[in-house]
Write a protein that binds this ligand. Structure first.
Ligand code: BMX
Ligand code: ZN
Length: 311
């Protein structure tokens, strides 16, 4: 038996073919066509999967189904609510793709799926109670308790990036409000904080020699001992650590897995976050583990495959 894991992003769709044992045997990407309300996306995915089955001479009866992550909140039945980057309105994406391709389909939020993937084959392996945070352009989250994903009644379960940490100061978030965790801890949030500090002080910093500051440059400069950059990294860890301390009071997981592009900076992220987490956490859950995600950009595909495999 085989399963497909699909991760739909704003620019590309990543598709992986997995064995039932969880080995990825092939992966490839197609362009996400977001024009005309994103109406071609599911058809493109179906066609690409059909092509792959023909190429590998795999009969459809050997495929258990397709698990798919999408950027936005998703209800447990596969109804997508607001995938702004894809142009989609409200509809059941699982039923729709299933109808086109004639296979069972399971759909979830991209970061929820990444959490499942990391638990299955990555940084959360061996645990069944994990909270994952993806630090990318936005900040996503996934909560898995007793091996089960918490998607919530409205599909908003695990939307960690939209926890309110401050009600002013930031720009308007993608969700329409201000002061979300995403505004401080995403790659964009780090750049915004760094630029604000650079523009409002005349303190020296290596970042002043960079034309367009990126999150990577902030972390690299901090590692080199740049004080201003280190202050941003510290503030990043403080916001994240404090927010995760609130989450620990509610779900008390075994481990926090930190992923997304920003996490490529490495243990500097887990170290600062864990330091502040310990400072703010309730006494009974102060020692929750922190690990870095290990599947990188493949986590969503692994999660999709895992979701349909265990369905
Ligand atoms: C946003 C939010 C989350 C998503 C996260 C991923 C929308 C459309 N998206 O916070 O559902 O998981 O982005 O961010 O509301 P990325 O930059 O890692 O894709
Ligand atoms: Zn928000």
């Amino acid at each position: 038996k085989y399963v497909f894991g699909v991760d739909i992003g704003g620019t590309t769709v990543k598709i992986g073919l997995f064995t039932a044992e969880g080995t990825m045997v092939d992966k490839w990407e197609i362009t996400t066509r977001t024009d005309e309300g994103g109406k071609y996306i599911l058809g493109d995915i179906a066609a690409s999967i059909e092509d792959k089955l023909a190429e590998k001479q795999i009969d459809k009866s050997e495929v258990k189904g397709i698990g798919m992550g999408v950027p936005g909140p998703v209800k447990a039945d596969g109804t997508v609510l607001r995938c702004v980057n894809l142009g989609w309105g409200i509809f059941n994406a699982a039923d729709e793709l299933s109808k086109i391709i004639g296979l069972p389909v399971k759909v979830g939020n991209d970061a929820n799926m990444a959490a499942l993937g990391e638990m299955w084959q990555g940084g959360g392996k061996g645990f069944s109670n994990i909270v994952m945070v993806t630090l990318g352009t936005g900040v996503g989250g996934g909560i898995i308790l007793g091996g089960k994903m918490l998607s919530g009644v409205n599909g908003a379960g695990g939307e960690i990036g939209h926890i309110q940490v401050n009600d002013d100061e930031t720009e308007v978030c993608g969700c329409g409000r201000k002061g979300c965790l995403e505004q401080y801890t995403s790659a964009t949030g780090i750049v915004r904080m760094a630029n604000t500090l650079l523009n409002t002080t005349d303190r020296p910093s290596a970042l002043r020699n960079v034309q367009y500051v990126s999150a990577k440059e902030v972390f690299d400069a901090a590692k080199q001992g740049d004080e201003l950059a280190a202050e941003i990294v510290d503030r990043h860890g403080k916001c994240l650590g404090k927010a995760l301390a609130q989450i620990a009071c509610v779900v008390d997981p075994e481990v926090f897995v930190i992923g997304g592009g920003v996490s490529k900076a490495g243990t500097i992220i887990t170290d600062t976050t864990e330091k502040y987490f310990k400072e703010y956490a309730f006494h009974a859950c102060k020692n929750t583990k922190f690990t870095l995600a290990t599947l990188g950009n493949d986590a969503g595909m692994y999660g999709g495959a895992c979701a349909i495999m265990n369905d």
